[in-house]
Each structure stands twice: as structure tokens, then as C-alpha cells.
Design a protein. Structure first.
Length: 335
């Protein structure tokens, strides 16, 4: 029994990550295939753009409804139906023979794909810290709020002539600080310890997004911006997919490493374990070993894997700082 629970959690984690990766990969594939679709479907530039636009419109509409659908039907059912609908719509996109058909099925695909990422995050948090769905929503929302506020602030700063490179640098430092706070997590933290680092990290993300887009396009003329936009979004999606895959791999591997290392200390000959059992009033019996393996050991190992993933992201922010300083200086410096 002690081994079945970790295996079940591992399967859930892998399945959720595959679903999120599938959605991200689909976006990448469409960006790459767009020029070929334009030729095979005999569409002009304005028409083929709707292949991307229809997906994003349905996605934006579907995201706010995720919480309502989850409360009404349960996250497991919504996840299953979303995956089934997403796969079905993907298959129909591949069988379409006109722009109208592709746009329609991309609209369906975006609607079914909207709940995948937020519900996937909820499932992973619940499997680790056992928070309820409503509580998870409360602790995750501040990161989105921080991002929204920071994006509005970044827009105002850019409008006043502030150097976008400085804004990106500030956002990177703030994001690194918020991520560093997350490396201090443990299984006994309060909700505030999740809310505030997430809010700070969200501010960092918001300060990075808009100015980075400005920096990427400031050296291009108008005739180049359409193609550059596709490349920019392609690389952003691709980088996000690779980052998610790397973080997931690190978390999974380090969880297993922690399980193996800490599991070696759970034996009747360890004096520290005997002291722990005496302090908690437990005795050495099969039930005790199940509790230690199922609850204590796996929870600590999984937390260790998550902390190592946060450390990886933290170092990623630090590496970005000198790279930002190497960005080309704008022709007209702001503040």
C-alpha cells in the first residue's frame, strides 16, 4: 500500500504534464505549419491568421469558465472531457479541406483546451499539498493579479519613455526574488507563503512580457513585423514547452532520488527513527511502516523534487540577468 500511493501520484503527475505539453506542442505545430497551410488551403494572409485567432478567442472565453465548470461537474470529469474534445478537434483539424473547416475545429480545440492548464496545475498542487480546489484558486489567483498589474505598469512606463531594457531587468530581478522565496517552502507552510511569492513572481512576469516584446521589434521595420511576430510567438511557445518538460523531469527525478536516499533511514536499527516513533507514540508494526512510507517519506521526497525545480527556475532567472544587459540599447534612452 505504501508503494501504490507514490506510484499513483507519479502517474497523475506524468499524465498531467503530458496533457499540458500536448497543448503547448499543438500551438507550436500550428505556428510552424501556418505557411504550408496557407498554400494547401489556398488562403491569403488575412484568412490564414484566423487559424490562430479562433483558437485564442475560444481559449480566452473558456478560461474564466473553468472554475465554474470544475465546481459543477468535478475536475476529473472536466479534465477527461477536455482531453477527449481536444484530441478529437485536433484530429478533425488534420482532416479539414478548407479554411472554414480548420477555423471551426480550431475554435472547438481552443474551447476544450482552455481548462487543461489550470486544472492540471490544480491536480498537481492537490496531489502534493492536499489543498481543496477553491483554496488552490485563492492561493494561485494573486500571481495572475500581480502579472496583470505589472503589465499595466509596464505599459505606462513605456509610454513615458522608460528604457524597456531596464523594465525587463527589473522584472527579472523581482521574478528571481519571488522564485527564491518558493525555494524555502516546506510541507508546513501557510497559504500566505504561497500567495506572496506567487504575487511577487507574477509582478516579475508582467514587467518582462510587454517590454520584451518591444525590445524584440524595435529594430524591425513594418514589413518585417508580421513574420517576426510568428517567429517570436513560436520561440516563446517552444521555450515554454521545453522549460516545462525540463522542470517536470527534474522534479520527477529528484523526487525519486529523495525517496531512495531518505528511505534508507527508515529501518528498525536507526536510533533517530526509534526516537521519532517514541515521540509520536507509534510502535514498529506494518501499519507504522505504511504510514511512514505513504505519508511522511513520499511527501518529503515530493517536496524535495519541487524545491529542486524551483531552484532550477531561480538559476534560470539569474542567467537571464547578464543576457538582458547584452541586449541592444534603444536608439532613444528613456529614464
Amino acid at each position: 500500500m505504501a508503494k501504490k500511493q507514490p506510484v499513483a501520484h507519479l502517474i497523475i503527475t506524468v499524465a498531467v504534464m503530458l496533457v499540458v505539453f500536448m497543448q503547448a506542442l499543438d500551438l507550436t505545430i500550428v505556428n510552424v505549419a501556418l505557411p504550408y497551410m496557407r498554400g494547401s488551403l489556398q488562403a491569403n494572409s488575412n484568412q490564414i491568421t484566423w487559424v490562430l485567432t479562433s483558437y485564442m478567442i475560444a481559449n480566452v472565453i473558456g478560461l474564466p469558465l473553468t472554475g465554474l465548470l470544475r465546481e459543477r461537474y468535478g475536475q476529473r470529469h472536466i479534465m477527461l472531457w477536455s482531453v477527449a474534445g481536444f484530441v478529437m478537434a485536433s484530429a478533425m483539424c488534420g482532416q479539414s479541406h478548407s479554411v472554414t473547416e480548420v477555423v471551426f475545429w480550431r475554435l472547438v480545440q481552443g474551447a476544450f483546451g482552455a481548462p487543461l492548464a489550470p486544472i492540471g496545475q490544480t491536480i498537481m498542487l492537490e496531489s502534493l499539498m492536499h489543498y481543496e480546489a477553491f483554496t488552490v484558486g485563492l492561493v494561485m489567483a494573486p500571481q495572475g493579479i500581480g502579472t496583470m498589474m505589472a503589465m499595466m505598469l509596464a505599459g505606462r512606463l513605456l509610454g513615458r519613455g522608460v528604457n524597456p531594457r531596464n523594465i525587463v531587468l527589473g522584472g527579472t530581478v523581482i521574478g528571481a526574488f519571488g522564485t527564491y522565496l518558493s525555494t524555502l517552502y516546506n510541507l508546513n507552510i501557510s497559504m500566505a507563503w504561497i500567495i506572496w511569492p506567487g504575487f511577487i513572481r507574477g509582478i516579475g512576469f508582467g514587467l518582462i512580457a510587454t517590454p520584451l516584446f518591444t525590445l524584440a521589434f524595435m529594430t524591425l521595420n513594418k514589413s518585417q513585423q508580421a513574420e517576426a511576430s510568428g517567429i517570436f510567438n513560436l520561440m516563446r511557445r517552444l521555450g515554454g514547452s521545453v522549460g516545462v518538460a525540463i522542470a517536470s523531469t527534474v522534479m520527477t527525478q529528484e523526487t525519486q532520488v529523495g525517496w531512495n536516499q531518505m528511505g534508507g533511514f527508515i529501518n528498525p536499527f536507526n536510533p533517530a527513527l526509534r526516537q521519532y516513533l517514541a515521540a509520536t507514540g507509534m510502535t514498529q508494526n506494518p501499519t507504522t511502516w505504511q504510514v511512514l512510507g505513504k505519508v511522511v517519506l513520499y511527501s518529503q521526497a515530493h517536496m524535495r523534487g519541487m524545491l529542486d525545480a524551483f531552484v532550477l527556475v531561480f538559476y534560470g532567472f539569474l542567467i537571464m540577468i547578464p543576457l538582458i544587459l547584452l541586449l541592444r540599447k534603444p536608439a532613444l534612452d528613456g529614464i
